[in-house]
Structures are given as C-alpha cells and as structure tokens.
Ligand binder design. Structure first.
Ligand code: SAM
Length: 312
C-alpha cells in the first residue's frame, strides 16, 4: 500500500443519500448486490450491514482496489471486488442481482488528493484519470484537441458560457508549454474570464475542470453503456438505483428509466404508445434529493439526485 493511499484511508468520503439508497435497495438475506462505484465503500458497507447478503463491487480506480482489500478482510466471502469500468459489468459471471447501485462521479479521495489532478485547490499534475493507467490525461487530451473541439467540450460538458475564450487561452498556454498542472489551468481560466466576482462562491475554473474530467473519463459514455447492461443483470423484482451529480448524467438516467417503464422519454418523444414496453416500475417519480441536514454535513450532496426502478 502506498503512503498516500494509506494516509487517505484516514480521511474519508461521506456516502451521499445513504439511507435513501439503502431503503430503495432494501437488502435481503441470501441475495447478491452489485455496487458499481465502490469508492470508499460507504454504500457497500451499508448494504452488507443491512442483511446477510453478498456484495460484488467494481471501481476503475486502482486506489479503490487497495481500499477494497480491507473490506475483504472484514467481510470475507460476502464481499468481492473487481477493478473494472462499470460499462464492462456484463463481464461479471453473476446473473440475477437483487440490486445494482451506481453512485456516479468522483470520490472525495480523488478530489482531495493533488496527485490525482482533479483538484482546483490542491496543485498536482493535470491528469484527472480515475484510472491513471487508461487513456489520455487531461494535459494530453488538451494537446490532442484543436481549439474548436476543446470549446465544444467546455460548452457541452461544463456548460461554461465563455467556452470560446477559455478554449483559446487554454490552447495557447498548452502550445507555449505553460500548461502542466492543475494550478496552471486554474490560473489560465481565471485570467481569461476574470476571478470569481464578489458574492460568487464557485471558483471560475469549476466548469472547465468538470468538463475536462467528464471528457477524460468518458463519463457520459460509461453511463450510457452501463445502464442497459445493469438492467439485463437484474433478477425480476431487482432494483437499479443511480445517484448522479449533474444534469447531463441525470438526463441519461431519467430517459433510460422512463423508457424501461414504458413511458415517453421526454416531451418530444413521438414513439407510438403500442411500441412502448413496460419492463420496469419507476420507484422515484421525482428524483430523491438530500435534505438540509445532509447538505449541511456534506455540501457535496447538494447536487445529488437519486432515481430508481424495479425490474418487472
Ligand atoms: C462518488 S464515488 C463512490 C463513493 C461510494 N459510493 C462510497 O460511498 O464510498 C464514485 C466512484 O466511482 C468510480 N467510478 C466512476 N466512474 C466509474 C466507471 N465508469 N467505472 C467504474 N468505476 C467508476 C470512481 O473511481 C469513484 O471511486
């Protein structure tokens, strides 16, 4: 175990919407659950403690695999871990899960450690890969893109209104060899669009960081590919629960769930009623969100939305 992973074990990630997600999954003795996003294991632990059941957990981050070793010691044969992207969950040999959970996005471990390159506030290499052994780092991605493609990422994934200005400044800095660290990126964006105004609580580079993180990890593609596979792997009566943290993810989840429930996916859905098949029941007509108490203890929960369906 590396020193930084050992240190991080003592810091912690507070699981979001824990009571609500466990209540939707309602773990039962003898059944098996799939936690697609192990992270620090907060949800896995709660499932294992709710019933005499089994949990299979996935995570693409090798640091999560290290944390999972502690779980194996604690829960023995009731827990197993697979270092794998959840878009590959069809590779699991188990079929008929009683519940599948996805708690999307990044963990506090990833955000808080400068070396992972996700943090605006803690300097580190401009990386942002959840699995540092897979794909291009944020720095390499920026180098590989032309200015227009970068602008499109900032617009579509970050909803950054000044996407052209930011893309131009970031590309220029990258070409001049001035873009190497997260601090470089934060400064370049602040210089391009000005510091956060008075009363503005978010850092001016927040949207740029979000956009690049989503692109580097193909976060939306991962969710699109994983949802139908997760549904396939559920036993009849099994529950698929997803916690998302921004509207782009939530939209994918909402549309998929409506489709499985045989409903129009949105107001523009022109498909014929007779072509819609009801394969699931919506357990959450509106997304479940965190209450004031949870938000106060854990500000990260502010943007969380939990949706669930039950397979018929
Ligand atoms: C919000 S954290 C999960 C926290 C966890 N529920 C807990 O309570 O400790 C999200 C985790 O999912 C992992 N992750 C994100 N996208 C993934 C993907 N496509 N495949 C596998 N793991 C992924 C991240 O590496 C991160 O560890």
């Amino acid at each position: 175990m590396t020193e930084s992973v050992r240190e991080s074990l003592n810091k912690g990630h507070i699981p979001v919407l824990l009571r609500e997600s466990i209540s939707l999954l309602s773990p039962a003795d003898g059944r098996t659950y799939l936690d697609c996003t192990f992270g620090a294991g907060g949800h896995s632990r709660a499932i294992l403690q709710s019933a005499n059941c089994r949990v299979e957990a996935l995570d693409r981050d090798p640091d999560a695999a290290v944390r999972a070793e502690e779980f194996k010691k604690e829960f023995g044969a009731r827990f197993s871990f697979f270092e794998r992207n959840f878009s590959q969950l069809d590779k699991q040999s188990t079929n008929g899960y009683a519940g599948v959970l996805m708690d999307l996005g990044v963990s506090s471990f990833q955000l808080d450690e400068g070396r992972r390159g996700f943090s605006i506030l803690r300097d580190g290499p401009l990386d942002m890969r959840m699995n540092p052994n897979e794909g291009l780092s944020a720095k390499e991605l920026i180098e590989s893109l032309d200015e227009d493609s970068l602008a499109k990422i900032l617009r579509d994934y970050g909803e950054e209104p000044r996407f052209r200005k930011v893309a131009k400044a970031v590309k220029e800095a990258s070409q001049n060899g001035e873009l190497n660290s997260t601090a470089d990126l934060a400064q370049i964006v602040a210089r391009a669009i000005g510091p956060a105004g008075r009363g503005m609580r978010i850092n001016p580079a927040t949207k740029t960081f979000q956009a690049l993180r989503i692109a580097v990890n193909d976060e939306l593609g991962e969710v699109e590919r994983a949802l139908p596979k997760a549904f396939d792997k559920l036993a009849p009566g099994g529950v698929l629960a997803v916690i998302s943290f921004h509207s782009l993810e939530d939209r994918i989840v909402k549309r998929f769930f409506k489709k499985m429930a045989g409903r129009p996916v949105d107001s523009n859905d022109r498909s014929f009623v007779q072509d819609r098949v009801k394969l699931a029941e919506l357990l959450t007509n509106k997304p479940v969100v965190a209450g004031a108490g949870e938000i106060e203890k854990n500000p990260r929960s502010r943007s969380a939305k939990l949706r669930a369906i039950r397979k018929l």
